[in-house]
Design a protein around this ligand. Structure first.
Ligand SMILES: [Mg+2]
Length: 186
């Protein structure tokens, strides 16, 4: 059995899509390209970013509405391969507790299978065999901790030299090969 870490925001949860739709609906001004996943240069102040996101969480939108079309199949696929799924996410808007509750509700509403949920910015602190995350820094932290971490490709992380997959399915294929290899050795 493989222990697999799965990130949420921009991996199985469309953070930017949800936040952008929220801003448009609530007439919250922004004059930068959110899809670059950089809210600050140019963009909002840190304070403004935290305020908008916290309000979106309190309004039951951010972390609670929305999912990528392929996410549920991907998670079910990992589960059917016998993986132990650890969701590890750096979420702390409003408070870690509020973010955690919103996340638990989302996982339950969308019937997403998982074995543990950890909210932390220290992604190297969770032990696992493999991981997928859109943030190269977090991937590096997990690699340093001995985890075979893969970057999910987005236009904003093309410069990373770390191992990359173009899709969730691409990562699932690598997990499957890993399981086959493990069984051959056993
Ligand atoms: Mg992420």
């Amino acid at each position: 059995m493989l222990d697999v870490i799965v990130d949420l925001d921009q991996t199985i949860y469309p953070f930017v899509n949800v936040l952008e739709a929220y801003c448009i609906e609530r007439h919250i001004n922004y004059d930068f390209d959110m899809t670059k996943y950089d809210f600050f240069s140019p963009g909002w102040s840190r304070r403004r970013f935290v305020d908008v996101c916290s309000k979106a969480v309190k309004d039951g939108v951010l972390y609670q509405e929305g999912i990528y079309p392929e996410s549920l199949d991907f998670m079910n696929n990992l589960k059917s391969m016998g993986c132990k799924i650890h969701i590890v996410t750096h979420r702390e808007f409003v408070s870690t507790q509020v973010s955690k509750l919103a996340t638990l509700n989302w996982l339950s509403d969308y019937e997403i299978p998982y074995d543990s949920l950890v909210l932390t910015g220290d992604k190297g602190s969770v032990k696992a065999d493999m991981a997928i995350d859109d943030n190269p820094k977090y991937c590096q932290d997990m690699i340093n901790a001995g985890t075979d971490a893969w970057v999910l490709a987005h236009p904003y992380n093309t410069e990373s030299k770390l191992n990359k997959v173009e899709s969730l399915q691409g990562f699932a294929n690598i997990v499957e090969l890993q399981i086959i290899a493990k069984n051959l050795v056993a």
